[in-house]
Design a protein around this ligand. Structure first.
Ligand SMILES: Nc1ncnc2c1ncn2[C@@H]1O[C@H](COP(=O)(O)OP(=O)(O)OP(=O)(O)O)[C@@H](O)[C@H]1O
Ligand SMILES: [Mg+2]
Length: 237
C-alpha cells in the first residue's frame, strides 16, 4: 500500500509510442491489484484517453477532468478525495506545459517503440525529466517477438536512463480491447498481454514505493481556485 497519493506521468515526444494505451492499462491494473482508488487525467487535447474512458462500463479507475493550468488544484483535490494513484497521459510534444505536468510526477514513464526514429526522439523527454529531477523509466512498447532490435533498443535506451525490465510486445488485443473501453486484462486476464501489463505494474509499483519526490501535500495546500473536475460518467472530449 502506498503511503500517500502518487502520480505517474506518461510522456514522450514521439507520437504513437503507447502513452495512452499504457496509461489506461496501468491505471486499470493498479486498481485490479488493490493500489486504488486510481484516477486518470488526460492532458492531451486529442482526448483519446477521455474517449476510451467514456465508453468504459466500469467506472474504475475514475476520470478527473482537468487542464494543464488546473492540475495543481485538481491533484490536491484528488488527494483529499482519497485517491492513492493518479495516472496522467500527455500529448506527443515537448512544451513548457508538459514540463509542468512532469513536475507533479513521482515517476515519469516514457513508452518507446524499438525503432530508430523513436530512439532518436528520446532526448527532449530525458531533458524534461532531468530538469525537473524526476525518475524516468523507459518502457519498450510494441516490440516484435524475438526481434534483435528489441534488445538493441533496450541497450540504447539504457544509455539515457532506466529501462523497465518488462517489454510490452505488439499485439492486436491492445487496440482491440480499447475499442469498447476495456483493457487486455478485462478481455482475458491470463493472456500474454495481460501478463506483461501486470508485470509492468508490479515494477512501477516498486519504483513508486521507492520514489519520495514529486507531489507533496504541502505543495497542494494553496487555497482552492475554480477548477473543472468530474468523477462522473462523462469526460469532456
Ligand atoms: N503494444 C501494442 N501492441 C499493439 N498496438 C499497440 C501497442 N501499443 C500501442 N498500440 C497501438 O498503437 C497506436 C498508438 O498508441 P497510443 O495511442 O497509445 O500512443 P500515444 O503515445 O498515446 O500516441 P499519441 O502520441 O498520438 O498520443 C494505437 O492504435 C494503439 O492501439
Ligand atoms: Mg496518446
Amino acid at each position: 500500500m502506498l503511503s500517500s497519493m502518487r502520480v505517474i506521468v506518461f510522456a514522450s515526444q514521439k507520437g504513437g509510442s503507447g502513452k495512452t494505451t499504457l496509461s489506461g492499462h496501468i491505471a486499470v491494473e493498479a486498481e485490479r491489484q488493490g493500489a486504488g482508488p486510481v484516477a486518470l487525467i488526460d492532458t492531451d487535447p486529442q482526448g483519446s484517453l477521455a474517449k476510451w474512458w467514456n465508453v468504459r462500463k466500469d467506472p474504475q479507475p475514475a476520470f478527473i477532468q482537468s487542464v494543464f493550468s488546473n492540475l495543481f488544484y485538481d491533484l490536491d483535490s484528488a488527494r483529499e478525495e482519497g485517491f492513492r494513484l493518479v495516472v496522467i497521459d500527455t500529448p506527443p510534444a515537448v512544451t513548457r506545459a508538459i514540463s509542468e505536468v512532469v513536475s507533479f510526477a513521482d515517476i515519469v514513464v516514457a513508452p518507446t517503440r524499438p525503432s530508430p526514429h523513436d530512439l532518436r526522439a528520446v532526448g527532449p523527454t530525458v531533458d524534461i525529466a532531468e530538469a525537473r529531477g524526476k525518475p524516468l523509466i523507459f518502457v519498450v512498447n510494441g516490440a516484435t517477438q524475438r526481434a534483435r532490435i528489441t534488445s538493441e533498443a533496450a541497450v540504447a535506451l539504457s544509455q539515457h536512463g532506466t529501462v523497465a525490465p518488462v517489454t510490452v510486445h505488439h499485439r492486436v488485443d491492445f487496440a482491440a480491447a480499447m475499442i469498447d473501453g476495456r483493457t487486455v486484462m478485462e478481455i482475458d486476464p491470463f493472456c500474454q498481454s495481460a501478463q506483461e501489463v501486470s508485470a509492468l505494474w508490479t515494477y512501477l509499483y516498486e519504483r513508486l514505493q521507492r520514489a519520495d519526490g514529486g507531489y507533496r501535500q504541502e505543495e497542494g495546500a494553496a487555497a482552492a481556485s475554480p477548477h473543472s473536475r468530474v468523477f462522473g460518467r462523462r469526460a469532456a472530449q
